[in-house]
Ligand binder design. Structure first.
Ligand code: FES
Ligand SMILES: [Fe+2]
Length: 390
């Protein structure tokens, strides 16, 4: 982070802090123009899902973090919207993203999740590929007949590394779209988190019987901690007093820690008020980045390709290895325990109930109040993207 940017961010945090204090003192919250109604069918309808997937395929999508592939030969494999990918750090430090698809007859050339290899060997008939995707060797090559080895390299996928994330662009994405333009006002916020220095401390992949948007809603819902998490995060985070920064297709919500409300009430002096804030940067369509003092909580939520009632959630806790003492590790593990308990025992079960109710009565609608401006955003932005498709 450059000094100038840091100052800007600090000044802005001071402003957000003042807005939150104002809300806490007046019992108010940031408001949208009005409430909106979202059809329950948006969570259950296969045609709706198909259009959402069209939107997804047009966006740059964060497939991995930079530090997941730290050295030449380091790789991870991912399945992004049904496209198997092999992501490999190159000798020149750049990143190569390839379809994880053997150019003989389509096997996966790498079946592991992550690791470091000088080359990749397809398990079916032994073809091997270098880290740069070029075909390296073909057993029984002389027996194949016509085989133009130069035309049988792995297919590459357009990718860009920015702010510590490896973004891919599927062929459907507009070719002239730069990542900086795509991120727009969210660009410097993502930059401020220094993700390029952070390693993965904890990595969880969860398949759920829930529409992807309900999980995204739950992650940014500022109106529920006091109720659904009464004994957990509801005790730590103030409910219903939030600031929302509209960043075009993206956005960021801030809530106050309860300690701030208590200190204000007691008239105690508050030093560096923004320390008492918690923020959630939502990058459209499916990423949530939540900074905490010791780590960054990073979520991506992926729709199922055919079933609107299913999704795949990938949660990573990212941390600075230079600051990772035993004490810090213990604190991060405690944070994970709190999140795991809240998510798996409270959020996901509630979202499963909502999914079942939506499926049972798709003709109804759900209300997102004017006071629920962060949760409104995803649905309004998706509607704008649908308009752009037609
Ligand atoms: S499919 Fe990979 S070697 Fe045959
Ligand atoms: Fe929650």
């Amino acid at each position: 982070m450059q000094d100038g940017e840091g100052q800007d961010m600090k000044i802005e945090l001071d402003t957000i802090y003042r807005r939150i204090v104002d809300h806490l003192e007046n019992g108010t919250t940031d408001m949208a123009a009005d409430s909106i109604e979202v059809p329950a069918a948006h969570f259950t309808d296969t045609d709706h899902l198909a259009r959402e997937l069209e939107v997804f395929r047009r966006q740059p999508l964060a497939a991995a973090t930079s530090m997941e592939v730290p050295e030449p030969g380091s790789f991870v494999t991912r399945d992004i919207l049904g496209v198997p990918l092999l992501i490999v750090r190159q000798k020149d430090g750049s990143v190569g993203v390839f379809r994880n698809m053997c150019r003989h007859r389509g096997g996966k050339v790498e079946q592991g999740d992550k690791g470091k290899k000088p080359f990749f060997v397809c398990a079916y008939h032994g073809w091997s590929f270098k880290g740069d995707g070029s075909l390296r060797g073909v057993p029984f090559e002389e027996q194949y007949g016509t085989l133009d080895k130069g035309c049988r390299n792995l297919f590459s996928v357009e990718a860009e590394e920015r702010h510590g994330l490896i973004w891919i662009k599927l062929p459907q994405a507009p070719q002239d779209l730069s990542l900086a333009d795509y991120l727009g006002e969210a660009d410097e916020r993502l930059a401020a988190y220094d993700i390029e220095r952070l390693t993965v401390f904890m990595d969880q992949k969860i398949d759920l019987d829930i529409n992807w948007k309900l999980v995204m809603d739950g992650a940014i819902d500022v109106l529920h901690p006091q109720f659904l998490h009464a004994e957990g995060v509801g005790k730590l985070i103030q409910t219903g007093a939030a600031v929302w920064l509209d960043l075009g297709r993206h956005g960021q919500s801030y809530s106050a820690r309860k300690r701030l409300a208590r200190k204000l009430k007691a008239g105690e002096p508050i030093d560096k008020g923004f320390r008492y804030l918690t923020g959630n940067l939502m990058i459209f369509p499916n990423m949530s980045v939540i900074p905490t003092p010791d780590h960054i909580e990073h979520w991506t939520v992926w729709p199922h390709l055919t079933d609107p009632g299913k999704c795949h959630v990938h949660i990573r806790f990212l941390t600075d290895p230079a600051k990772l003492t035993d004490e810090v590790a213990a604190r991060i593990n405690r944070s994970w325990d709190i999140l795991r308990q809240a998510a798996t025992e409270e959020d996901f079960p509630m979202e499963e109930m909502i999914q079942a109710n939506a499926a049972a009565l798709p003709t109804t609608d759900f209300l997102y109040g004017a006071n629920e401006v962060p949760t409104q955003h995803l649905h309004l932005q998706m509607a704008r993207e649908f308009e752009a498709l037609t």
